[in-house]
Design a protein around this ligand. Structure first.
Ligand SMILES: *Cc1c(COP(=O)(O)O)cnc(C)c1O
Length: 406
C-alpha cells in the first residue's frame, strides 16, 4: 500500500511553508553519488553536499544498506531503553577520539546546547554559581536555538528575540591577545570552531588553538570545539582537532556524522560526563536506532586511510583549479579551507555577490554554496569521483565566465 502523492512544485513553497528559507527555483528529486536530478530530469553535479552533510554523497550503498536493514528491525524505543546501534556507534566514536562518553542528539544546535549546558553545569558543580561566562568568537556559528545564537558571534541571528542568554563575550577569531584579555577565572568555557564554516571557511591558526588550550587550563575553563561542520572526515582527519593536535574537553559533531540522516553527538571525557547525571539533560530522539545504524556505517567508511587520504588529494584538485579560475577571471583573492571544506574569497570587485555565483553555477548544472556574502563555499562528498570534480568545475568555470562577461 502506498500513500497517494499529489504533484507539487516550487511555487507551493510560498503557499505552505514558513518563509524563513529561500530555496532555489528547482526541486531535487533523486541523487546518486555526486549527481542530483531535478523534477524536470535535469542533472547537476553536487558540490554543496547538503551543506557539508552528505559526506558519502547520495544513496551510498553502505548507508542505504544500514538504514534499510535497521528499518526492518527497530525504529525507535526512546531513552527509557538503550539500543544496539547506539551502543555500537558510541563505542566506535570513543575508540576513534579523545572522548570516553557520548551524548547523542539530532542536530548541531542540540549538540552545542548540550555542550554549553555541560560546561556551565561542571563549573557550577565544582566552582559555584559565579563561574558561568562563555568566551566565543565573533562571526562564529553554533546553531539557531536561543543559547546557540547567543554564543554564536553573529548578532543578525540573535537580535530581535528578546533577552539573550547572558554571560557571553565575543572576541575576534585568531586573535590570541583578545582571547587572553577576555578569559578570566569566571570563564567556564571557551567555544571555538577549528574551521569557521558559516563565517567564511576560515581555519584557526595553530598557535591560536594551542593558546586557547593553555588559557583554559590556567583558568579551570573547558575548551569546547564545535566540529559540526569541520568534523567526520571533512578536514582530511576524522576531526579537525587531530590535525592541530589540540584536544578539547567537549566536542560537538553533527552534519556529516549522519551522512544525510538527522544525527548529532556531543563527545566528552568520563570526568566531565558524570556531571550530566540521570535526569539532568535529555532528548526523545537522541540515539535513535535508525540514526545510529547510519552513523555507524558512516564512520566505518569515512575513518579509513583511503577515504581520509582521498580527501587531501581531492582538496588539491579543487584548490589548483579554483585558484586558476580565480586568477583568470579576477574573482577570487584567496582559496582557503581544509580538506573538502573550501572557501573562495571574492575580490573587492565581487564582494557581496556570492549569491550570484550560487545562481550562475546552478544554471550551468553545478550546486555550490556560499559562506556569507563574500565567500563561495564547496563542501562536496568526501568520495566525490575525480571525474565529477573535473566536470563540476568545468561547469563552474562556465558560470564564472558568464558572470564575468567573457
Ligand atoms: C551547521 C552548524 C551548526 C548547526 O547545526 P544544525 O544541525 O543546523 O543545528 C552548528 N555549528 C556549526 C559549526 C555549523 O556549521
Amino acid at each position: 500500500m502506498s500513500v497517494e502523492q499529489v504533484p507539487v512544485q516550487r511555487a507551493d513553497f510560498d503557499q505552505v511553508m514558513v518563509p524563513n528559507y529561500a530555496p532555489a527555483a528547482f526541486i531535487p528529486v533523486r541523487g546518486q553519488g555526486s549527481r542530483v536530478w531535478d523534477q524536470s530530469g535535469r542533472e547537476l553535479v553536487d558540490f554543496s553536499g547538503g551543506i557539508a552533510v552528505n559526506v558519502l554523497g547520495h544513496a551510498h550503498p553502505a548507508l542505504v544498506g544500514a538504514l534499510t536493514e535497521q528499518a526492518n528491525k527497530l525504529w525507535h524505543v526512546s531513552n527509557v531503553f538503550t539500543n544496539e546501534p547506539a551502543l555500537r556507534f558510541a563505542k566506535k566514536l570513543v575508540d576513534a577520539t579523545f572522548a570516553d562518553r557520548v551524548f547523542f542528539c539530532n542536530s548541531g544546535a542540540e549538540a552545542n546546547e548540550a555542550a554549553f549546558k555541560l560546561a556551565r553545569r561542571v563549573a557550577h558543580d565544582l566552582y559555584g554559581p559565579d563561574k558561568y561566562e562563555i568566551v566565543a568568537a565573533l562571526n562564529s556559528f553554533h546553531g539557531r536555538t536561543l543559547f546557540t545564537v547567543s554564543v554564536g558571534g553573529q548578532p543578525k541571528y540573535s537580535d530581535g528575540f528578546g533577552p539573550k542568554i547572558t554571560g557571553i563575550t565575543h572576541v575576534p577569531f585568531n586573535d590570541l591577545d583578545a582571547l587572553k584579555a577576555a578569559v578570566s577565572d569566571k570563564t567556564c568555557a571557551v567555544v571555538l570552531e577549528p574551521i569557521q564554516g558559516e563565517g567564511g571557511v576560515l581555519p584557526a591558526e595553530l598557535e591560536y588553538l594551542q593558546g586557547a588550550r593553555k588559557l583554559c587550563d590556567e583558568h579551570n575553563a573547558l575548551l569546547v570545539f564545535d566540529e559540526v561542520q569541520s568534523g567526520m572526515g571533512r578536514s582530511g582527519h576524522l576531526f579537525a582537532y587531530m590535525h592541530y593536535g589540540v584536544t578539547p574537553d567537549i566536542l560537538s559533531s553533527a552534519k556529516s556524522i549522519g551522512g544525510g540522516f538527522p544525527m548529532a553527538a556531543m563527545l566528552t571525557t568520563e570526568k566531565l560526563a558524570k556531571h550530566l547525571a540521570v535526569g539532568v539533560h535529555g532528548t526523545t530522539y537522541g540515539g535513535n536506532p535508525l540514526a545510529c545504524a547510519v552513523g555507524e556505517a558512516v564512520i566505518d567508511v569515512v575513518n579509513t586511510p583511503e577515504v581520509l587520504a582521498g580527501v587531501k588529494a581531492k582538496h588539491e584538485l579543487f584548490k589548483a583549479r579554483l585558484e586558476k579560475i580565480g586568477q583568470q577571471y579576477g574573482v577570487f583573492s584567496q582559496v582557503r579551507g581544509m580538506g573538502l571544506l573550501i572557501g573562495c574569497v571574492l575580490t573587492d570587485a565581487w564582494k557581496g555577490k556570492a549569491k550570484e555565483f550560487f545562481n550562475a553555477a546552478e544554471q550551468e548544472g553545478v550546486m555550490v554554496l556560499q559562506a556569507g556574502p563574500d565567500v563561495v563555499r564547496f563542501a562536496p562528498s568526501l568520495v566525490v569521483e575525480d571525474a565529477d570534480i573535473e566536470e563540476g568545475l568545468n561547469r563552474f568555470e562556465r558560470a564564472v565566465a558568464k558572470l564575468a562577461g567573457v
